[in-house]
Design a protein. Sequence first.
Length: 56
Amino acid sequence: MAETNKMSMAQQKIYIAEQIWLHYYNDYLFGKGIITEQERNKLKFKIDSRKPSAYC
């Protein structure tokens, strides 16, 4: 999350909103049994370690 220090407040809000939605969908897929716990954990790590999108 060190990347957020270089972003404007608007960019930080977009980045955080993206993180929230990605975690929501990841948890939703796991809750519905579409992905395994191992896949959920792998995706969680990828979501947490991703860089900001082109919008930021």
